[in-house]
Write a protein that binds this ligand. Structure first.
Ligand code: SF4
Length: 353
């Protein structure tokens, strides 16, 4: 199981199995209107061979977190604090030249839209072969053979011929497969997949997810899987981090979080999501309001302007006191454990049937 055991904001040494350990990460952007707190004190660990799912609405900080792990933030307009330890090496302080060597080699990313990652001017084979040559010193012939091997692995038919095709000659699903081949060509230890199947139809989506699982078994990579789709995450991830307003609000194993969620925001996400085989008499319940401004986040619990359970917390704690995320299986909310259990059983669970 992916270990998610340290308190948010805590600076802790990397665990024995932890391949990636993020500690108290803070990412801020300077804008004309002020400072945007895109990530605000985030900690998590990912083990080799395991998948951590990160879910949350747009603007929750999930994509910024992962671009920062890859060192793809703009240092002129953003500041990064905290630690991103990759096998003990802190990527926050690693020079860009060294990050370039790590990217594509040790850490790789699969984007939502393959057209942002694939150049229309070069053949698919060349785009898979080039990072392989760069990172391994392989010859042109060896790299081409490797590109064909990777296209075969990701299920592209007639790979020896299709290796010379341009991206526009591939279908959407094939381009996504080609991008996966490109990301995995150097056997990265950490793969970040940012909404990798959102643009695809359901059948192709299922094929791509199966492919990722198979390749993870073969390569033993750790995967961070970013999505807003809890259905996909239940199939893909070992552990889950729910993000809101640049912070983690709930974490635990996927099974624990999806079977017995403890945070009102997670309840909202689950209640607003269509369920396969769910009762058609239960209407979907969207979360009221909209995500908070990261320029001027709400005081206290950042979810309080949208939370329908805040009246059950005594006094004005929800609007004045920021709830902390405890250790291990945890949720950042002032409701007591008993209140969370009662609300879930009496109010939320019936909605999910
Ligand atoms: Fe809702 Fe209060 Fe819990 Fe925040 S701390 S999620 S406002 S009950």
């Amino acid at each position: 199981m992916t270990t998610l055991t340290k308190t948010e904001g805590e600076k802790a040494p990397t665990g024995p199995d932890s391949f990636l350990s993020v500690r108290d990460l803070r990412v801020r952007f300077s804008t004309e209107d002020g400072i945007v707190k895109a990530v605000d004190g985030l900690s998590f660990d990912v083990e080799r061979g395991k998948t951590l799912g990160i879910v949350g609405e747009s603007g929750s900080g999930k994509s910024v977190t992962n671009l920062t792990v890859l060192g793809l933030h703009n240092p002129k307009t953003s500041t990064v604090e905290g630690e991103i330890l990759l096998e003990g090496q802190d990527l926050v302080t690693t020079p860009e030249k060294e990050m370039e060597k790590l990217r594509g080699n040790k850490v790789a990313m699969i984007f939502q839209d393959p057209l942002t990652a694939l150049s229309p001017y070069y053949t698919v084979g060349r785009q898979i072969a080039e990072p392989y040559m760069k990172h391994t010193g392989a010859s042109k012939k060896e790299a081409r053979d490797r590109a064909i091997e990777m296209l075969t692995k990701v299920g592209i038919p007639q790979p020896k011929t299709r290796v010379d095709d341009y991206p526009h000659q591939f279908s959407g699903g094939m381009r996504q497969r080609a991008m996966i081949a490109m990301a995995l060509v150097c056997d990265p230890d950490l793969l970040i997949a940012d909404e990798p199947t959102t643009a695809l139809d359901v059948t192709v989506q299922a094929q791509i997810l199966d492919l990722l699982k198979d390749l993870q078994q073969e390569f033993g990579s750790a995967i961070i899987f970013i999505t807003h789709d809890l259905g996909v995450i239940s199939d893909m991830a070992d552990d889950l981090l729910v993000m809101y307003s640049g912070r983690a609000v709930e974490r635990g194993s996927v099974r624990e979080v999806l079977r017995a969620p403890r945070h009102p925001y997670t309840w909202g996400l689950l209640s607003s999501m269509p369920r396969l085989g769910g009762s058609t008499s239960q209407p979907l319940m969207p979360i009221p309001g909209s995500p908070p401004s990261l320029l001027n986040p709400p005081s206290g619990c950042p979810f309080h302007p949208r939370c329908t359970f805040k009246d059950q917390v005594s006094g004005d704690r929800c609007s004045t006191e920021r709830p902390a995320l405890g250790e291990g299986r945890a949720s950042a909310c002032h409701l007591t454990a008993e209140q969370k259990q009662t609300i879930f059983i009496d109010t939320i669970q019936p909605r999910l049937r």
